[in-house]
Design a protein around this ligand. Sequence first.
Ligand code: NAD
Length: 316
Amino acid sequence: MRRDNRKIILIGTGMVGMSYAYALLNQSVCDELVLIDANRARAVGEAMDLNHGLAFSASHMKIYAGSYQDCTDADIVAICAGVAQKPGESRLNLLKRNAQVFQSIIEPVTASGFNGIFLVATNPVDIMTRITCTLSGFNPRRVLGTGTALDTARLRYLLGDYLKVDPRNVHAYVMGEHGDTEFVPWSQAMVATKSVREICEESNGTCSLAGLEQISEEVRTAAYKIIEAKNATYYGIGMALTRITKAILGDEHSILTVSAMLRGEYGQSGVFAGVPCIINQNGIQRILPLTLEEAEKEQFDQSCQTLKRCYDELEL
Ligand code: NAD
């Protein structure tokens, strides 16, 4: 990856895409940001709007509405294009509509000679990431989705609040599908190096295992609640995308729960699901397999089965 000019192509300049762009600008994450959308006028307007903020920012980003030819020398192509989730609609129901959108995107990106990393946010994100991998023919380590990165952030925030501890000292993950079958492996949840379950047992009733289960339910249903209240979710995912982008461009080797192709880890193969991964300039440096309990392994298997079934229904 070139380090002199960090270039990102953002496809889909809707609420999610532009929340990501806004966070990139405010955190000075790259040098060049190219906006592409089926609605070109929207991409042009968004580029103008962001550029007008440059004078107030510490960033010298070059921002413009471009075309697929601009992908040639990009480091990251981030895809946020698609149809947004309707109130009450499951993420998996979006699949067919968004698969068509991706066919119109991946082909011109690869035709440009793009040789960087695909980062996908469009829902259902695990399936859309797998579609991106299939259509592009890229090495799966260079194709990742936001997976359960946002769910994990929600979990750490809620746990921090429940246990009265800084979320940055909470180490816990949401795994599996970014959706209804996701789950929290509580055997792996820690505050510093102390198990969250143990903290509950020693808390004299202030915290309980039932309380933990309520938190995982809150995480699982968070998107539905936000959509009910304001029709869409975008700030959180924009920041999750920015965090993943920084890990890639900064060659950080940070651990984030992105959607990655499993190749034998957790006994699964070929399916994309949210798992803790080490992220660096090459994308997914490797998946970090956690030692799950039997019941947790079963939950993970069930989540992967759901994802496999949905992908197979597509008959790509
Ligand atoms: P939006 O409707 O505001 O924006 C979508 C954009 O995609 C529009 O500007 C549209 O013109 C563009 N688009 C559609 N087809 C295109 C094509 N063929 N080529 C280029 N651009 C195209 O929607 P949004 O709220 O920004 O959501 C975008 C996606 O992100 C949805 O699939 C949503 O479900 C998903 N999302 C994911 C997460 C996550 O955690 N992964 C969180 C929130 C939303």
